[in-house]
Design a protein around this ligand. Structure first.
Ligand SMILES: [Zn+2]
Length: 184
């Protein structure tokens, strides 16, 4: 499964895609919603945090199950909806998208230990799912082994090569472009 850094990049990208979509549908108005109105750095930090949140299940010994599912994404979106005073739909969409990015990236990961993958379609099924075409390398947790660190550095490098260009492009279109558009 990907590193927290990859998940943070995925969450920021997902939130930016929501912002871009909203700006295309309702130019100007959508950018007033709470999650995107606050300072840009705080918004990006919030999206990154939301995308890393599902792995908190490691603390309770239920890793890759309920928290890594479409059901959890819907719950996260509902919490986003309830927490927003105005712009509820955009806040809910941004929260759900950032959270969902974690599920997607884990599905695209490598998981050699059974049960393989994530409980993606909870509560409809308790089956575990994993892509046949993994995009990300396994993250080794046997940190006392020298090969473990080498593997994790390679895995992180691969994640950065794949995700950083995507995230930077999303940030550009989400924040730079609307600002330039408003000036003209
Ligand atoms: Zn995870």
């Amino acid at each position: 499964m990907p590193t927290p850094i990859a998940h943070a990049l995925g969450g920021v990208t997902a939130g930016c895609l929501v912002r871009i979509s909203a700006a295309l549908v309702r130019p100007g108005c959508a950018l007033d919603a709470p999650l995107v109105r606050i300072e840009r750095r705080r918004t990006i930090a919030a999206l990154a945090f939301l995308a890393m949140l599902p792995d908190a299940d490691l603390l309770v010994g239920m890793h890759r199950s309920v928290t890594h599912s479409v059901g959890a994404v819907l719950i996260a979106g509902a919490v986003g909806w309830a927490s927003g005073r105005d712009g509820r739909l955009l806040t809910a969409a941004a929260v759900a998208a950032a959270y969902a990015s974690h599920v997607l990236l884990d599905w695209l990961g490598t998981d050699p230990g059974p049960p393989h993958g994530i409980m993606a379609w909870w509560p409809w099924t308790h089956e575990f799912y994993l892509s046949d075409q993994p995009l990300f390398m396994r993250i080794c947790r046997e940190y006392w082994l020298p090969d473990c660190w080498r593997n994790n550095i390679l895995a992180l490098g691969r994640e950065l090569v794949v995700l950083v260009p995507v995230t930077l492009t999303a940030l550009f279109f989400a924040y730079r472009l609307p600002r330039r558009t408003r000036r003209t």
